[in-house]
Design a protein around this ligand. Structure first.
Ligand SMILES: [Zn+2]
Ligand SMILES: [Zn+2]
Length: 177
């Protein structure tokens, strides 16, 4: 996504619109699979504000993510805005500045950086996702296993048998229970 800005570099206040697609390969980010079902569609405006060029834009992409709860893949639209300052020289005082060279700006790194910031940290296929059974591993969105009841029953049984043992000790000491 290289945008020629030679036409706006001469005049302060000059701006130009742009539009394009950024094609990215499926990737693994922080241990999780990110699939791109569409390119990232980007549009916006570049404005010469004197010292800098300002970028204002929007981006959208359809992703295939993996649910952090039930591990199933699911599709999700991601839309985000882009706001960046572009300069020919780096400014250590201002971490929001992206550097470009010559008369052209490559938006790839900028869009990619904003994209990573927008990725949901906890990826859920739905807010109601019931996840996997911690005992047998079945997908609780699709099937219902007996583990939960069986486990609750076993816990109750263990508590009861401990109480019985306590009662026996107490009655052996001649106390009323
Ligand atoms: Zn899920
Ligand atoms: Zn189960």
């Amino acid at each position: 996504m290289i945008i020629d800005v030679s036409d706006i570099l001469k005049d302060v206040g000059a701006s130009k619109e742009f539009e394009g697609n950024l094609v990215l390969e499926d990737m693994v980010y922080q241990g999780e699979k990110i699939g791109f079902l569409t390119p990232i569609a980007v549009s916006g405006r570049l404005t010469n504000v004197g010292e800098l060029i300002m970028l204002n834009g929007r981006a959208s992409v359809k992703l295939q993510l993996q649910c952090g709860s039930c591990t199933q893949p699911f599709d999700r639209m991601l839309e985000f805005s882009l706001e960046a300052k572009l300069d020919k020289t780096d400014d250590p005082e201002d971490p929001d500045i992206f550097v470009y060279e010559g008369n052209a700006i490559d938006l790839k790194d900028i869009v990619f950086e904003f994209f990573l910031l927008e990725l949901p940290i906890r990826k859920l296929c739905s807010p109601e996702c019931r996840g996997l059974c911690p005992y047998c591993g079945c997908n609780l969105n699709l099937e219902q296993c007996e583990c939960e009841q069986n486990f609750a029953y076993r816990e109750q049984y263990e508590v009861d048998s401990r109480l019985e043992a306590l009662k026996r000790v107490l009655s052996a000491n001649g106390e009323e229970v």
